[in-house]
Design a protein around this ligand. Sequence first.
Ligand SMILES: *[C@@H]1O[C@H](CO)[C@@H](O)[C@H](O)[C@H]1NC(C)=O
Ligand SMILES: *[C@@H]1O[C@H](CO)[C@@H](O)[C@H](O)[C@H]1NC(C)=O
Ligand SMILES: *[C@@H]1O[C@H](CO)[C@@H](O)[C@H](O)[C@H]1NC(C)=O
Ligand SMILES: *[C@@H]1O[C@H](CO)[C@@H](O)[C@H](O)[C@H]1NC(C)=O
Ligand SMILES: *[C@@H]1O[C@H](CO)[C@@H](O)[C@H](O)[C@H]1NC(C)=O
Length: 618
Amino acid sequence: MLFKLLLLSLTPALLQAAQAIAPFSWNNETFLLHGKPYQIIGGQMDPQRIPNELWADRLAKARAMGLNTIFSYIYWDQLEPTQGSWDSTGNNDIAKYFKTAQKQGLNVVLRPGPYICGEHEWGGFPAWLSEVPGMVVRTDNEPFMTASKSYIDHLAKDIAQLGVTHGGPMLMVQVENEYGSYGSNHKYVGDLRDILKEAFGLPLYTNDGGEQSMIEGGQIPGALAETDGDPKTGFKARNEYVTDPSSLGPQLDGEYYVTWLDQWASNYTHQTDVGNTQAIQTVQSDLGWILKNNASFSIYMFHGGTNWGFQNGADWGDSLEPITTSYDYGSPLDESGRTNEIYNALRETIGNHVGKDTIPDTLKEEPLITIPEIRLTPAVYLFDSLPKPVTKKAPVNMEALGQSTGLTLYRHVITKPVNGTLAPGDAPRDRVLVYVNGKRVGVIDSTYEVPSTVHLVLKKSDVLDLLVENLGRVNYGPRIVDQRKGIVGNVTVGTNLLSNWQMYPLPLHAPPTSGTIHSKLSSSSGPTFFTGTFDVDNVGDTYLELPGWTKGVVWVNGVNLGRYWIVGPQQTLYLPGCYLKKSENKITVLALEPTGDEGSVCGITTRNWGNKPDPDAP
Ligand SMILES: *[C@@H]1O[C@H](CO)[C@@H](O)[C@H](O)[C@H]1NC(C)=O
Ligand SMILES: *[C@@H]1O[C@H](CO)[C@@H](O)[C@H](O)[C@H]1NC(C)=O
Ligand SMILES: *[C@@H]1O[C@H](CO)[C@@H](O)[C@H](O)[C@H]1NC(C)=O
Ligand SMILES: *[C@@H]1O[C@H](CO)[C@@H](O)[C@H](O)[C@H]1NC(C)=O
Ligand SMILES: *[C@@H]1O[C@H](CO)[C@@H](O)[C@H](O)[C@H]1NC(C)=O
């Protein structure tokens, strides 16, 4: 407060002097770090998608490609998994990540959202927001602003002392994320700007797509306005449409897309420029052009990492487009932290500009390991290891059960004969496996524009099970408003309303610890957990291959490695050496749709990308 008053009473000349000595600032031509021109040669890398054991390695490799700044989204849902809780341990220890970056000679730019998109579950929003009365996200709605301020203040408590003003690596903070692609409520963005300013005391910026409506929707006085995507059109649009002097400054391409994300679907191919000389030359030429023009960039992604557990979000096209477990993103540093030809090409481009001798040497990489066939045996049937149910007349959504991700089982016992088409609430949210007396009779999958229709003929005492999987909450676009999962609304069969439900939350944070142990699959076993143990000669990174498995989840030594799905394009799961030990490694694989062909997994050194037909296609 005192400092602010002082500034107000300064003469313009003194004010200019005070700004000049601000640790990080800018004029219209360049960023200034401790008064000297600073060109941001940046790359995006989010700590919460990378095992913290590997942060130092990934950051060192960023520096060794010639980057000087790391841009990081922060995932609110991981830090505050239930309202009022706070978990800044493990991969959520943002302070440790930023300190590690500084040790590696990197500065950081904070992108805390609260909305971050990032192909992350609900764009970073915690699922519990859905249950707060009156909540509307991404607008100046009181419940939303209150929850957002609480999150930002808590985050600031952890990391504000790492601002450049205190000798830390954090240069500036982004307000919201591509808000202009979503709306134009300047009061909302302004309120958020004020909360972030007060919490971090650092310069602020906005980042929007390079089009007039996007820039005008997202720009807010007092925050530097920047664009992302194609740098040439973005910079030109910015010159044209950013007119407020307090938003002017040097050009920064806040997200230069080297390639693109991957979605689960049997017709979606893995996105990469590896092997595509022409595409790599285009990237080199774009980034070279930015550098030559004294502008700045952040490569999206420098290193994508992994959607551990169920962190992935989804886009919405004509249907749900869930993001794969791998967030490889065709990055210069691939999901396993190995450099590729894109990395080498960009290192060359950056080296030519900053001087090759100013970039540290590339790091030695350990070879990936193979793991010979690990035999797995059926152990526990999911339907035998259910938690205590919640019983209600009408079904309630996943969030109302206190659950964010995973699956929820809805069970109903038929009291009088019914027949007709099943409607599992207002829409499938997102993939509904339908069982009658334990036997699977259909799959309703919202990744299809027209999902399958399931007709049922049910008699008294039949048990109807709806096992509903959250495939990832939408992270982009207007659908973001209602992202409740499970069942919303009534379940009907034909015109018959089904009342009285038992609901079993299955967040699957860890494999089951109880349930009858089986040694073989029975024809009506339903979803089944398989287990095995294995040793390795040398601990190292590997890619787990699951031949014959259709869909499910894998845990190794208790760590949820994420979803697998036969449709691809991801056919292998990244298993980092930091989650392995030499002997007695435990593996559990949940087979949601066992066929009898499951039995083994193995570790391979070269990743498989590819697609297979969806056995459940409508
Ligand atoms: C940039 O230029 C504009 C227009 O000349 C001026 O009003 C503004 O103060 C300048 N901004 C900075 C940060 O120097
Ligand atoms: C995949 O198939 C769906 C349904 O036919 C279609 O809507 C979608 O555009 C296709 N996607 C690609 C990447 O070809
Ligand atoms: C970039 O900055 C350098 C050093 O300040 C200057 O000599 C050069 O003219 C600038 N180039 C452009 C394209 O603005
Ligand atoms: C379906 O329900 C209708 C109306 O209750 C009934 O008349 C019909 O017999 C039922 N069909 C079957 C196959 O059970
Ligand atoms: C579900 O059915 C009950 C009973 O008919 C009705 O009162 C309620 O409004 C329905 N709920 C929804 C969301 O349609």
